[in-house]
Design a protein. Structure first.
Length: 65
């Protein structure tokens, strides 16, 4: 069975997705590093498009913080 979720490891990417009205399904402790969290979203073409847009505008987003 194919997974219909995507795991995001970067908090800024997760924030960008939530800013763009994608709802986080869950948030868990990263199994590889207990000091980090992973963010789980429902995978969809619009979500993938928003991820591409984040990569295009990442330098702008990073300079805000």
């Amino acid at each position: 069975m194919a997974s219909h979720t995507i795991v995001i490891t970067q908090s800024r990417m997760a924030g960008w997705l939530m800013f763009n009205r994608f709802h986080k399904m869950d948030e868990k402790i990263d199994l590889k590093d207990s000091n980090r969290k992973v963010f789980i979203f429902k995978d969809s073409p619009p979500l993938r498009k928003a991820m591409e847009q984040y990569n295009e505008f990442k330098h702008v987003v990073d300079n805000i913080y």
